[in-house]
Design a protein around this ligand. Structure first.
Ligand SMILES: [Zn+2]
Length: 148
């Protein structure tokens, strides 16, 4: 297993079934990214883009992703940052932090989707939270955004 040091961004509409190592596939249409784990283990890492999942920053040449990539479900337990196409290795996750991270991720996601669901059902701006109405205003009503 050799670690990947660089990820070259590749803007695509559809994420291909077979990924090439060292490439970061970005689909703006489907608001998602995919790459092969930088540990070199060959696992596919799919990072959906949303206000509470991952965000990309593209400076015209290189891509940065935030927050970090923590593959705690994989045997390699990889944890790294993608900054200007470069992989920066973080300290390995210890069990306690992993659990805490998981819980807070799940909570954020629940909040995010609950707000959207509520907005869709009620259809009344005054009944939605700040965050919900902001995203509704920014994107308009978006159908078909499911849990991932
Ligand atoms: Zn890996």
């Amino acid at each position: 297993m050799s670690r990947i040091k660089l990820l070259e961004p590749l803007f695509v509409e559809f994420i291909p079934r077979e990924l090439e190592p060292g490439k970061l596939y970005v689909s703006m249409v489907y608001t998602t990214t995919a790459h092969l784990c930088a540990s070199g283990c060959g696992s596919k890492v799919v990072l959906p883009l949303s206000p509470v999942q991952w965000q990309i920053y593209f400076d015209g040449e290189a891509i940065s992703l935030t927050p970090s990539v923590g593959s705690w479900d994989l045997p390699c337990q990889a944890h790294y940052w993608i900054r200007k196409n470069k992989i920066w290795w973080a300290a390995p996750w210890d069990k306690k932090r992993t659990e805490a991270g998981r819980r807070s991720d799940a909570r954020d996601l629940d909040d995010f989707y609950d707000v959207r669901a509520a907005t869709h059902q009620v259809g009344d701006e005054s009944a939605t939270s700040h965050r919900g109405s902001f995203w509704e205003r920014l994107f308009g009503k978006r159908e078909g955004l499911g849990r991932v």
